[in-house]
Design a protein around this ligand. Structure first.
Ligand SMILES: Cc1ncc(COP(=O)(O)O)c(C=O)c1O
Length: 345
């Protein structure tokens, strides 16, 4: 009954097998390996973006921070949701790598940036001339940190506002596969067709061992990204092991099948939990991540039965629990949790 995070699961067998296969023989180092050429070709085809530049790093924090540094000058503003992972969970890596850029937190319900609130913040850019914050970039997250989903149309509405001020736009897709499965959109519809210039394309949470791709739709700054990745210590010498993971991840739609399982288990869990009784869903649950508002005793009793999840005290004896399913979550695991939940009511 492990619902603490989707990165609590191991790696999918197909990914492990690919890493083992990649261990045979010698390969060029630092991204010159044959598998990386296949990854680039696969990503370009999937995104209908024949010019896109594709790079691999080992963590989502690196993918985000390097993407932000690439698109934001040191004096620029980074527009993001107030609960964004880049704002709350990356230990100021975006500001560090961008050399002084400032995160501007924008409000919005259900983990999504509110367009009117964004416009207010955008209008601050350059208002004080040389003294003020200058044009930077915008970053969105899908699936959001609240577990909710931006549709391509919602992304396009926000990027249109940002682009009217000349801002490049980034998408934190640590759960990009979950967002695609939940929306039915194509990779292109969710990204460049909706105004996204650069994407952190997650692998680790969805069954890889440790790899994320950065996809740059306009390759003009591709070499600069390579330099930044090297300086950040994220250019792996035995790069073939990153390539092997992402190649297997994309092969025959494995990435979408894994996210399909995570989302299906998320739906099973949500429909069992939020069907009356004590637990209330804090946000809509389109994918694999949810927040339950329930009594404090519920958290204590479930954890005593061995269930794993993060939980934070709320007001008046209530508690807010975060539950996440993954590619490895089984129906039995969900049902065991639902039975434990029902038994303690
Ligand atoms: C939305 C989001 N972005 C990025 C990350 C990157 O994480 P890490 O640097 O731990 O790989 C995470 C992981 O929790 C996340 O939830």
């Amino acid at each position: 009954m492990f619902f603490a995070s989707d990165n609590s699961s191991g790696a999918a067998p197909e990914i492990m097998a690919a890493v083992l296969r990649a261990n045979d023989g010698s390969q060029r180092s630092y991204g010159g390996d044959d598998l990386m050429a296949r990854v680039t070709a696969q990503v370009r085809a999937l995104f209908e973006a024949p010019e896109a530049a594709v790079y691999l790093v080992a963590t989502g924090t690196a993918a985000n921070a390097l993407s932000i540094a690439l698109t934001c000058p040191p004096w620029g503003a980074v527009f993001c949701h107030q609960k964004a992972h880049v704002a709350e969970d990356e230990c100021n890596a975006p500001e560090f790598f961008a050399g002084g850029a400032k995160l501007l937190l924008v409000d919005g319900a259900e983990g999504k940036i509110d367009p009117a609130a964004l416009q207010v913040q955008l209008d601050r850019i350059g208002a004080g001339g040389v003294h003020s914050l200058q044009s930077g970039m915008m970053t969105l997250t899908n699936i959001t940190e609240a577990g909710t989903l931006y549709t391509p149309a919602e992304i396009a509405a926000l990027t249109a506002l940002a682009k009217a001020k000349g801002l490049p736009c980034h998408l934190d897709g640590a759960r990009f596969a979950n967002a695609l499965v939940a929306s039915g959109a194509t990779p292109a519809e969710m990204t460049w067709k909706a105004g996204i210039d650069i994407l952190s394309f997650g692998g680790t949470k969805n069954g890889c061992l440790g790899v994320e791709a950065v996809v740059i739709f306009d390759p003009a700054k591709a070499f600069e990204f390579e330099i930044r990745r090297k300086r950040a210590g994220h250019l792996f010498s035995k790069h073939r092991f990153l390539s092997a993971q992402f190649d297997a991840y994309l092969e025959d739609g494995l990435w979408l099948r894994l996210a399909g399982q995570a989302n299906a288990m998320g739906q099973r869990l949500a429909s069992g939990l939020f069907s009356g009784n004590d637990a209330v869903s804090v946000h809509p649950v389109p994918a694999n991540l949810m927040f339950a508002d329930w009594s404090r005793g519920t958290s204590v009793r479930l954890q005593a039965k061995g269930a794993q999840f993060y939980s934070r005290a709320g007001a008046e004896g209530r508690e807010r629990a975060r539950l996440v399913t993954s590619w490895a979550t089984s129906a039995e695991e969900v049902d065991a949790f639902l039975s434990a939940y029902a038994a303690q009511l």
